[in-house]
Design a protein around this ligand. Structure first.
Ligand code: GMT
Length: 376
Protein backbone atom coordinates (compact mmCIF):
# COMPACT_ATOMS: atom_id res chain seq x y z
CA UNK A 1 0.00 0.00 0.00
CA UNK A 2 1.38 3.39 -0.99
CA UNK A 3 0.36 6.84 0.04
CA UNK A 4 -0.04 8.99 -3.05
CA UNK A 5 -0.81 12.69 -3.29
CA UNK A 6 -2.41 13.90 -6.52
CA UNK A 7 -2.67 17.48 -7.74
CA UNK A 8 -4.57 18.53 -10.85
CA UNK A 9 -6.95 21.21 -12.04
CA UNK A 10 -10.21 19.84 -10.64
CA UNK A 11 -12.50 21.52 -13.16
CA UNK A 12 -13.79 19.96 -16.38
CA UNK A 13 -10.93 18.98 -18.70
CA UNK A 14 -9.09 15.87 -19.81
CA UNK A 15 -6.18 16.22 -17.37
CA UNK A 16 -8.53 16.53 -14.38
CA UNK A 17 -10.46 13.48 -15.56
CA UNK A 18 -7.29 11.38 -15.95
CA UNK A 19 -5.92 12.44 -12.56
CA UNK A 20 -9.18 11.66 -10.79
CA UNK A 21 -9.82 8.33 -12.52
CA UNK A 22 -6.22 7.33 -11.84
CA UNK A 23 -6.67 8.17 -8.16
CA UNK A 24 -9.87 6.12 -7.98
CA UNK A 25 -8.31 3.08 -9.66
CA UNK A 26 -5.19 3.28 -7.48
CA UNK A 27 -7.45 3.47 -4.41
CA UNK A 28 -9.30 0.35 -5.59
CA UNK A 29 -5.93 -1.42 -5.62
CA UNK A 30 -5.46 -0.57 -1.95
CA UNK A 31 -3.41 2.65 -2.19
CA UNK A 32 -4.29 5.64 -0.05
CA UNK A 33 -4.98 8.67 -2.23
CA UNK A 34 -4.78 12.30 -1.15
CA UNK A 35 -6.12 14.84 -3.63
CA UNK A 36 -4.55 18.26 -3.02
CA UNK A 37 -6.58 20.59 -5.22
CA UNK A 38 -8.40 23.90 -5.21
CA UNK A 39 -11.80 22.17 -5.39
CA UNK A 40 -13.28 18.70 -5.18
CA UNK A 41 -12.39 16.93 -8.47
CA UNK A 42 -15.67 16.82 -10.39
CA UNK A 43 -15.58 13.07 -10.99
CA UNK A 44 -15.35 12.34 -7.24
CA UNK A 45 -19.07 12.08 -6.73
CA UNK A 46 -19.33 9.17 -4.27
CA UNK A 47 -17.82 8.24 -0.93
CA UNK A 48 -14.48 6.51 -1.45
CA UNK A 49 -13.02 5.12 1.78
CA UNK A 50 -9.39 5.33 0.64
CA UNK A 51 -9.60 8.77 -0.93
CA UNK A 52 -9.04 12.01 0.95
CA UNK A 53 -9.46 15.56 -0.26
CA UNK A 54 -7.26 18.42 0.98
CA UNK A 55 -8.55 21.75 -0.24
CA UNK A 56 -6.15 24.49 -1.23
CA UNK A 57 -7.69 27.58 0.29
CA UNK A 58 -7.11 30.98 -1.22
CA UNK A 59 -7.29 33.97 1.08
CA UNK A 60 -8.03 37.29 -0.52
CA UNK A 61 -5.77 39.83 1.25
CA UNK A 62 -6.22 43.34 -0.11
CA UNK A 63 -2.44 43.66 -0.47
CA UNK A 64 -2.34 40.99 -3.21
CA UNK A 65 -3.81 41.97 -6.54
CA UNK A 66 -4.06 38.24 -7.33
CA UNK A 67 -4.39 35.59 -4.58
CA UNK A 68 -1.16 33.50 -4.74
CA UNK A 69 -2.55 30.04 -5.70
CA UNK A 70 0.96 28.66 -6.28
CA UNK A 71 2.19 29.40 -2.76
CA UNK A 72 -1.06 28.29 -1.13
CA UNK A 73 -0.78 25.02 -3.07
CA UNK A 74 2.92 24.47 -2.18
CA UNK A 75 2.15 25.13 1.51
CA UNK A 76 -0.77 22.67 1.49
CA UNK A 77 1.33 20.08 -0.35
CA UNK A 78 4.13 20.36 2.24
CA UNK A 79 1.58 20.03 5.04
CA UNK A 80 0.04 16.89 3.53
CA UNK A 81 3.45 15.35 2.71
CA UNK A 82 4.44 15.61 6.38
CA UNK A 83 1.09 14.81 7.99
CA UNK A 84 0.27 11.84 5.80
CA UNK A 85 3.86 10.71 5.14
CA UNK A 86 3.25 10.59 1.39
CA UNK A 87 5.45 8.27 -0.68
CA UNK A 88 4.61 9.91 -4.00
CA UNK A 89 3.27 13.30 -5.02
CA UNK A 90 1.93 12.99 -8.57
CA UNK A 91 1.17 16.32 -10.22
CA UNK A 92 -0.60 16.93 -13.50
CA UNK A 93 0.85 19.88 -15.43
CA UNK A 94 4.38 21.15 -15.04
CA UNK A 95 3.10 24.68 -14.86
CA UNK A 96 2.71 25.52 -12.01
CA UNK A 97 2.11 22.17 -10.28
CA UNK A 98 5.58 20.64 -10.72
CA UNK A 99 7.23 23.81 -9.45
CA UNK A 100 4.87 23.92 -6.44
CA UNK A 101 5.62 20.25 -5.73
CA UNK A 102 9.38 20.88 -5.79
CA UNK A 103 8.99 23.80 -3.41
CA UNK A 104 6.80 21.66 -1.12
CA UNK A 105 9.39 18.87 -1.17
CA UNK A 106 11.98 21.40 -0.04
CA UNK A 107 9.76 22.70 2.74
CA UNK A 108 8.59 19.28 4.02
CA UNK A 109 10.63 17.18 6.41
CA UNK A 110 9.37 13.85 5.10
CA UNK A 111 10.98 12.59 1.88
CA UNK A 112 8.65 12.24 -1.10
CA UNK A 113 9.11 11.45 -4.80
CA UNK A 114 7.67 13.88 -7.32
CA UNK A 115 6.05 12.55 -10.49
CA UNK A 116 4.99 15.09 -13.13
CA UNK A 117 2.61 14.27 -15.98
CA UNK A 118 2.60 16.63 -18.96
CA UNK A 119 -0.75 17.10 -20.67
CA UNK A 120 0.16 19.54 -23.41
CA UNK A 121 -1.09 22.94 -22.48
CA UNK A 122 1.87 23.37 -20.13
CA UNK A 123 4.08 23.18 -23.20
CA UNK A 124 1.86 25.12 -25.61
CA UNK A 125 1.65 27.98 -23.12
CA UNK A 126 5.26 28.64 -24.10
CA UNK A 127 4.00 29.77 -27.48
CA UNK A 128 2.24 32.56 -25.63
CA UNK A 129 4.85 33.48 -23.04
CA UNK A 130 8.50 32.47 -23.45
CA UNK A 131 9.37 33.87 -20.02
CA UNK A 132 8.02 30.66 -18.47
CA UNK A 133 10.45 28.49 -20.41
CA UNK A 134 13.16 28.26 -17.75
CA UNK A 135 10.68 27.63 -14.98
CA UNK A 136 8.89 24.80 -16.80
CA UNK A 137 12.27 23.29 -17.76
CA UNK A 138 13.28 23.46 -14.09
CA UNK A 139 10.05 21.77 -12.99
CA UNK A 140 10.54 18.94 -15.48
CA UNK A 141 14.26 18.38 -14.92
CA UNK A 142 13.95 18.31 -11.13
CA UNK A 143 10.94 16.00 -10.90
CA UNK A 144 11.90 12.46 -9.91
CA UNK A 145 10.00 11.13 -12.92
CA UNK A 146 8.16 12.73 -15.80
CA UNK A 147 5.52 11.25 -18.07
CA UNK A 148 3.73 12.67 -21.10
CA UNK A 149 0.44 11.56 -22.64
CA UNK A 150 1.87 10.96 -26.14
CA UNK A 151 5.17 10.54 -27.97
CA UNK A 152 4.40 13.68 -29.88
CA UNK A 153 4.25 15.62 -26.61
CA UNK A 154 7.61 14.18 -25.54
CA UNK A 155 9.18 15.36 -28.80
CA UNK A 156 7.54 18.76 -28.54
CA UNK A 157 8.75 19.15 -24.95
CA UNK A 158 12.32 18.20 -25.82
CA UNK A 159 12.33 20.50 -28.89
CA UNK A 160 10.80 23.52 -27.22
CA UNK A 161 12.42 23.31 -23.80
CA UNK A 162 15.68 21.53 -24.61
CA UNK A 163 15.12 19.46 -21.46
CA UNK A 164 17.66 16.98 -20.27
CA UNK A 165 15.33 14.38 -18.84
CA UNK A 166 13.90 10.98 -19.72
CA UNK A 167 10.18 11.34 -20.29
CA UNK A 168 8.06 8.18 -20.32
CA UNK A 169 5.02 8.02 -22.55
CA UNK A 170 1.99 6.85 -20.60
CA UNK A 171 -1.13 7.21 -22.70
CA UNK A 172 -4.49 8.35 -21.39
CA UNK A 173 -7.29 5.91 -20.63
CA UNK A 174 -11.01 5.91 -19.93
CA UNK A 175 -13.15 4.31 -17.28
CA UNK A 176 -14.55 1.31 -19.17
CA UNK A 177 -17.44 0.99 -16.69
CA UNK A 178 -18.67 4.33 -17.95
CA UNK A 179 -17.53 4.47 -21.57
CA UNK A 180 -19.23 1.68 -23.51
CA UNK A 181 -21.97 1.65 -26.12
CA UNK A 182 -25.48 1.58 -24.66
CA UNK A 183 -28.73 1.00 -26.52
CA UNK A 184 -30.53 4.34 -26.09
CA UNK A 185 -32.93 4.90 -29.00
CA UNK A 186 -35.17 7.06 -26.77
CA UNK A 187 -32.45 9.74 -26.44
CA UNK A 188 -32.27 10.06 -30.22
CA UNK A 189 -36.04 10.52 -30.28
CA UNK A 190 -35.98 13.06 -27.45
CA UNK A 191 -33.57 15.19 -29.47
CA UNK A 192 -35.88 14.96 -32.48
CA UNK A 193 -33.41 12.88 -34.49
CA UNK A 194 -35.03 10.42 -36.92
CA UNK A 195 -33.97 6.78 -36.54
CA UNK A 196 -32.46 6.74 -40.05
CA UNK A 197 -30.48 9.95 -39.53
CA UNK A 198 -26.75 9.68 -38.86
CA UNK A 199 -25.35 11.51 -35.85
CA UNK A 200 -22.01 13.32 -35.92
CA UNK A 201 -20.61 14.58 -32.64
CA UNK A 202 -17.99 17.10 -31.53
CA UNK A 203 -17.13 17.52 -27.85
CA UNK A 204 -14.79 20.28 -26.72
CA UNK A 205 -14.25 23.37 -24.62
CA UNK A 206 -14.78 25.56 -27.72
CA UNK A 207 -11.36 27.17 -27.49
CA UNK A 208 -9.67 28.51 -30.68
CA UNK A 209 -7.39 25.44 -30.89
CA UNK A 210 -10.44 23.18 -31.33
CA UNK A 211 -11.39 24.91 -34.62
CA UNK A 212 -15.12 24.42 -34.15
CA UNK A 213 -15.64 26.42 -37.33
CA UNK A 214 -13.91 23.63 -39.30
CA UNK A 215 -16.22 21.09 -37.68
CA UNK A 216 -19.33 23.05 -38.72
CA UNK A 217 -18.04 23.68 -42.26
CA UNK A 218 -17.19 19.99 -42.66
CA UNK A 219 -20.67 19.06 -41.47
CA UNK A 220 -22.12 21.49 -44.01
CA UNK A 221 -20.42 19.45 -46.76
CA UNK A 222 -21.43 16.09 -45.23
CA UNK A 223 -25.06 17.19 -44.83
CA UNK A 224 -25.38 17.59 -48.62
CA UNK A 225 -24.80 13.84 -49.09
CA UNK A 226 -25.84 12.24 -45.80
CA UNK A 227 -29.09 12.67 -43.89
CA UNK A 228 -27.52 13.67 -40.58
CA UNK A 229 -27.42 15.86 -37.49
CA UNK A 230 -24.45 17.42 -35.71
CA UNK A 231 -24.27 17.45 -31.91
CA UNK A 232 -22.03 20.18 -30.49
CA UNK A 233 -21.28 19.39 -26.86
CA UNK A 234 -19.43 21.71 -24.48
CA UNK A 235 -19.04 25.41 -23.97
CA UNK A 236 -16.30 28.01 -24.29
CA UNK A 237 -15.06 31.19 -25.96
CA UNK A 238 -15.99 30.21 -29.55
CA UNK A 239 -19.55 29.14 -28.70
CA UNK A 240 -21.20 32.36 -29.91
CA UNK A 241 -19.22 32.39 -33.18
CA UNK A 242 -20.18 28.77 -33.77
CA UNK A 243 -23.81 29.66 -33.27
CA UNK A 244 -23.55 32.53 -35.75
CA UNK A 245 -21.90 30.34 -38.37
CA UNK A 246 -24.61 27.69 -38.02
CA UNK A 247 -27.23 30.37 -38.70
CA UNK A 248 -25.25 31.78 -41.62
CA UNK A 249 -24.96 28.37 -43.27
CA UNK A 250 -28.66 27.67 -42.75
CA UNK A 251 -27.98 24.69 -40.50
CA UNK A 252 -30.11 25.62 -37.48
CA UNK A 253 -32.40 22.60 -37.95
CA UNK A 254 -29.47 20.18 -38.23
CA UNK A 255 -27.03 21.36 -35.56
CA UNK A 256 -27.89 20.83 -31.91
CA UNK A 257 -26.00 22.92 -29.36
CA UNK A 258 -26.13 20.88 -26.16
CA UNK A 259 -23.79 22.95 -23.96
CA UNK A 260 -21.95 21.19 -21.15
CA UNK A 261 -23.21 17.69 -20.50
CA UNK A 262 -22.38 15.15 -17.83
CA UNK A 263 -23.34 11.88 -19.52
CA UNK A 264 -21.09 12.09 -22.56
CA UNK A 265 -21.13 8.29 -22.99
CA UNK A 266 -24.93 8.41 -23.54
CA UNK A 267 -24.48 10.99 -26.29
CA UNK A 268 -21.65 8.98 -27.82
CA UNK A 269 -23.88 5.90 -27.75
CA UNK A 270 -26.29 7.53 -30.22
CA UNK A 271 -23.45 8.86 -32.43
CA UNK A 272 -22.00 7.39 -35.62
CA UNK A 273 -18.94 9.58 -36.10
CA UNK A 274 -16.81 11.96 -34.10
CA UNK A 275 -14.94 14.97 -35.47
CA UNK A 276 -11.90 16.54 -33.77
CA UNK A 277 -10.18 18.98 -36.14
CA UNK A 278 -7.93 20.82 -33.65
CA UNK A 279 -4.69 22.61 -34.46
CA UNK A 280 -3.15 21.57 -31.11
CA UNK A 281 -3.91 18.35 -29.26
CA UNK A 282 -1.42 16.40 -27.22
CA UNK A 283 -3.71 13.36 -27.08
CA UNK A 284 -7.42 14.07 -27.55
CA UNK A 285 -9.07 12.16 -24.72
CA UNK A 286 -12.47 12.74 -26.33
CA UNK A 287 -11.33 10.49 -29.21
CA UNK A 288 -10.65 7.62 -26.85
CA UNK A 289 -14.00 8.18 -25.13
CA UNK A 290 -15.66 7.97 -28.54
CA UNK A 291 -13.80 4.84 -29.66
CA UNK A 292 -14.70 3.12 -26.37
CA UNK A 293 -18.34 3.75 -27.27
CA UNK A 294 -17.70 2.26 -30.74
CA UNK A 295 -17.66 5.61 -32.51
CA UNK A 296 -15.06 6.00 -35.31
CA UNK A 297 -13.26 9.35 -35.43
CA UNK A 298 -11.88 11.80 -37.96
CA UNK A 299 -9.01 13.87 -36.58
CA UNK A 300 -6.23 16.13 -37.78
CA UNK A 301 -2.62 15.10 -38.30
CA UNK A 302 -1.67 17.11 -35.24
CA UNK A 303 0.12 16.30 -31.98
CA UNK A 304 -0.93 12.98 -30.45
CA UNK A 305 -4.08 12.49 -32.57
CA UNK A 306 -2.39 10.04 -35.01
CA UNK A 307 -1.30 7.97 -31.99
CA UNK A 308 -4.95 7.58 -30.99
CA UNK A 309 -6.77 7.15 -34.33
CA UNK A 310 -5.60 4.30 -36.56
CA UNK A 311 -5.99 5.75 -40.06
CA UNK A 312 -8.35 3.72 -42.25
CA UNK A 313 -9.19 1.32 -39.42
CA UNK A 314 -10.71 3.22 -36.50
CA UNK A 315 -11.28 6.43 -38.43
CA UNK A 316 -9.29 8.80 -40.62
CA UNK A 317 -6.49 11.32 -40.22
CA UNK A 318 -6.68 14.44 -42.37
CA UNK A 319 -4.31 17.38 -42.75
CA UNK A 320 -5.19 20.48 -40.73
CA UNK A 321 -7.87 22.50 -42.55
CA UNK A 322 -8.46 19.91 -45.28
CA UNK A 323 -12.22 19.98 -44.88
CA UNK A 324 -12.94 18.47 -48.31
CA UNK A 325 -11.03 15.36 -47.38
CA UNK A 326 -12.65 15.18 -43.94
CA UNK A 327 -16.11 15.42 -45.54
CA UNK A 328 -15.24 12.88 -48.23
CA UNK A 329 -14.09 10.33 -45.65
CA UNK A 330 -17.17 10.96 -43.52
CA UNK A 331 -19.54 10.52 -46.47
CA UNK A 332 -17.79 7.32 -47.57
CA UNK A 333 -18.05 5.86 -44.05
CA UNK A 334 -21.58 6.98 -43.20
CA UNK A 335 -23.00 5.77 -46.52
CA UNK A 336 -21.52 2.28 -46.20
CA UNK A 337 -23.17 0.34 -43.32
CA UNK A 338 -20.69 -2.59 -43.50
CA UNK A 339 -17.68 -0.27 -43.41
CA UNK A 340 -19.20 1.73 -40.56
CA UNK A 341 -19.83 -1.43 -38.56
CA UNK A 342 -16.27 -2.65 -39.17
CA UNK A 343 -14.77 0.71 -38.12
CA UNK A 344 -16.94 0.77 -34.99
CA UNK A 345 -15.72 -2.69 -33.98
CA UNK A 346 -12.11 -1.75 -34.77
CA UNK A 347 -12.46 1.41 -32.69
CA UNK A 348 -13.62 -0.50 -29.63
CA UNK A 349 -10.91 -3.14 -30.00
CA UNK A 350 -8.19 -0.53 -30.44
CA UNK A 351 -9.39 1.43 -27.40
CA UNK A 352 -9.51 -1.68 -25.25
CA UNK A 353 -6.16 -3.08 -26.42
CA UNK A 354 -3.87 -0.08 -26.64
CA UNK A 355 -5.38 2.10 -23.93
CA UNK A 356 -7.02 -0.25 -21.42
CA UNK A 357 -7.19 1.39 -17.98
CA UNK A 358 -5.71 -1.69 -16.33
CA UNK A 359 -2.65 -1.50 -18.57
CA UNK A 360 -2.19 2.25 -18.09
CA UNK A 361 -2.66 2.20 -14.30
CA UNK A 362 -0.15 -0.65 -14.19
CA UNK A 363 2.37 1.57 -16.01
CA UNK A 364 1.92 4.35 -13.43
CA UNK A 365 2.15 1.79 -10.60
CA UNK A 366 5.41 0.34 -11.84
CA UNK A 367 6.83 3.83 -12.30
CA UNK A 368 6.02 4.55 -8.63
CA UNK A 369 7.56 1.20 -7.61
CA UNK A 370 10.76 1.95 -9.54
CA UNK A 371 11.08 5.32 -7.83
CA UNK A 372 10.42 3.91 -4.40
CA UNK A 373 12.96 1.15 -4.83
CA UNK A 374 15.50 3.63 -6.18
CA UNK A 375 15.85 1.90 -9.52
CA UNK A 376 15.03 4.96 -11.57
O1 GMT B 1 -7.70 20.51 -24.36
C1 GMT B 1 -7.83 21.28 -23.43
O2 GMT B 1 -8.11 22.44 -23.65
C2 GMT B 1 -7.78 20.86 -22.00
C3 GMT B 1 -6.51 20.13 -21.62
C4 GMT B 1 -6.73 19.60 -20.22
O3 GMT B 1 -6.21 20.15 -19.29
O4 GMT B 1 -7.44 18.62 -20.07
O5 GMT B 1 -6.32 19.05 -22.52
C5 GMT B 1 -5.01 18.52 -22.65
O6 GMT B 1 -4.90 17.34 -21.85
C6 GMT B 1 -5.78 16.27 -22.22
C7 GMT B 1 -5.57 15.11 -21.24
O7 GMT B 1 -4.27 14.60 -21.33
C8 GMT B 1 -5.51 15.85 -23.67
O8 GMT B 1 -6.41 14.81 -24.06
C9 GMT B 1 -5.71 17.05 -24.60
O9 GMT B 1 -5.35 16.67 -25.90
C10 GMT B 1 -4.81 18.22 -24.13
N1 GMT B 1 -5.15 19.42 -24.92
C11 GMT B 1 -4.28 20.00 -25.76
O10 GMT B 1 -3.16 19.56 -25.97
C12 GMT B 1 -4.78 21.21 -26.45
Amino acid sequence: MRKIGITCYPTVGGSGIIATELGMLLAEQGNEIHFITSGLPFRLNHVYPKIYFHEVELNHYPVFQYPPYDFALATKMAEVIDQEKLDILHVHYAMPHAICALLAKDIAKHDVKIVTTLHGTDITVLGIDRTFKKMIKYGIENSDAVTAVSSSLVNQTVDMLEVNKDIDVIYNFVNEQEYYKKELPAIKQQYGIQSDEKVIIHVSNFRKVKRTEDVIRTFYKIRKKVNSKLLLVGDGPDYADANELVHKLGLTESVLFLGQQKNISDLLSISDLKLLLSDKESFGLVLLEAMSCEVPCIGTNIGGIPEVIKHNETGYIIELGDLDNAAQYAIQLLNDPDLLEQFSKNALMHARNKFHSKKIVEQYSSLYDKLLTNQK
